[in-house]
Design a protein around this ligand. Structure first.
Ligand code: IDP
Ligand code: MG
Length: 157
């Protein structure tokens, strides 16, 4: 099944809401297949935010991502990239709809608690950026038959 990459940002860890964020994804029925805490160095951040390094706010973004550790999380599910982007909400948390993670947990456009991959292509690249193969776990779930219909189980293998 499709996978996506989440980063729980340092601001969320400092504020003590990483558990709430992971719980949202678990409750939705997404499977956690990789999870680790790490510090991000200059190199990985430059790569991860390559589309933003020239923007005036990049130094602030960089500092905010290095002020403490992040938790990297790989989630699996049918069409999970799009589903998670919907759950996360708009980049500017003040515009993110109530019910989304940013809409419920943040007031900032920068300190917006989570990163989520924006396309299946980028998800593959980002998962490789943050996880080695042996850090991802392929395991059976006892409840898959209650999470997806029979036709979906065949379609989204
Ligand atoms: P996304 O996280 O919703 O995919 P991107 O445009 O990829 O949004 O931006 C990456 C991150 O850079 C955002 O999550 C946010 O932390 C920060 N960022 C984006 N735009 C701004 C801005 O205009 N001011 C300050 N920080 C920004
Ligand atoms: Mg982005």
């Amino acid at each position: 099944m499709e996978k996506t990459l989440i980063l729980i940002k340092p601001n969320a860890i400092q504020r003590g809401i990483m558990g709430d964020i992971i719980t949202r994804f678990e409750r939705k029925g997404l499977r956690v297949v990789g999870l680790k805490m790490m510090f991000l160095d200059d190199e990985i951040l430059k790569e991860h935010y390559a589309h933003l390094v020239e923007r005036p706010f990049y130094p602030y973004l960089k500092a905010s991502m290095q002020v403490g550790p992040v938790v990297a999380c790989c989630l699996e599910g049918a069409e999970v990239v799009d589903t998670v982007r919907l759950m996360v909400g708009a980049t500017n948390s003040r515009k993110a709809l109530p019910g989304t993670i940013r809409g419920d947990f943040s007031m900032s456009g920068e300190q917006n608690v989570v990163h989520a991959s924006d396309s299946p292509e980028n998800a593959l690249i980002e998962i490789k950026r943050f996880f080695r193969d042996e850090e991802l776990f392929d395991y059976e779930s006892a409840v898959t038959q209650f999470e997806y219909g029979g036709e979906e189980s065949l379609k989204f293998k």
